[in-house]
Design a protein around this ligand. Structure first.
Ligand code: SAM
Length: 242
């Protein structure tokens, strides 16, 4: 009988086990609990420990999928200390999964530090790819995807924000940034000054019930959203100059 090499094995036990001493970067849903890969679930089930940005938050996901696993917290404020602990576990041969609250660890989320340390120590790091708000927003925005620049979060201070936006004017592709709902109005004002003629897309609540894409020049978006308390999470995309 011909076998199709792309077909998933019917028996998951036929899949190779996780590799000892490996750090697995596991992407988790950005809103919709169904957005998790089979491999992510198996990695979470079969690892020795899960390092999570917020153990309570990840606990909800694990409970949903009936996974029970020792967890340790790994967040912005204990990254240095916890990185050492994670490295020690990997050196003992443990398989450690790293997850953030949502999406891909290391993208505007803790992860980079422990990955760098693990690589420097000659340890294995594997990516278990999946949801990422940046990719979800960019690919569905209708803006050019061939060349883009991801900024992450802008600094909080007005002067620094302004300088960074000014410096991005010469970039020829799509600009993508993350923003908190509390600063969206302020950001639209700033974009109105720095990029008055560019099309901006607000990708809101991706993968969730109230997902929407709002599109227009910064001043039009500011008018359209005025008086409407914009809640939820946002990816902001700025089209290249016409
Ligand atoms: N690691 C995540 C990823 O892979 O996208 C990003 C984490 S960062 C702390 C959180 C920011 O990502 C939010 O403030 C928002 O800008 C964006 N984001 C996350 N989930 C989102 C969603 N469902 N819809 C729109 N933006 C989202």
């Amino acid at each position: 009988m011909d076998t199709n090499e792309h077909e998933l094995p019917a028996d998951a036990k036929a899949l190779p086990p996780l590799t000892a001493g490996t750090l697995y970067l596991v992407a988790t849903p950005i809103g919709n609990l169904e957005d998790i890969t089979l491999r992510a679930l198996r990695t979470l089930r079969e690892c020795d420990a899960i390092a999570a940005e917020d153990t309570r938050h990840t606990g909800v996901l694990l409970k949903h999928y009936g996974i029970r696993k020792p967890m340790l917290s790994y967040h912005a404020f204990n990254e240095a200390r916890r990185s050492e602990e994670i490295l020690a576990r990997l050196q003992r041969g443990e398989k450690v999964a790293l997850v953030s609250d949502a999406g891909s660890p290391g993208i505007s989320d803790p992860g980079e530090r422990v990955v760098r340390a693990a690589r420097a120590a000659g340890l294995r790091v594997e990516s278990v790819p999946g949801p990422c708000a940046l990719v979800a927003a960019l690919t569905a925005s209708g803006l050019p995807t061939e060349e883009f620049h991801f900024i992450g979060f802008l600094p909080h201070k007005s002067g620094q924000r302004r300088n960074q936006l000014e410096a991005l004017k010469s970039f020829s592709g799509t600009l993508v940034l993350y923003e908190s709902p509390y600063r969206i109005e302020k950001l639209l004002g700033e974009l109105g000054e720095v990029f008055p003629d560019r099309v901006v897309v607000l990708a809101r609540e991706l993968t969730k019930r109230f997902e929407e894409f709002l599109r227009g020049k910064p001043v039009e978006l500011a008018a359209a959203t005025k008086g409407r308390s914009l809640k939820g999470e946002f990816v902001v995309l700025i089209a290249p100059a016409a």
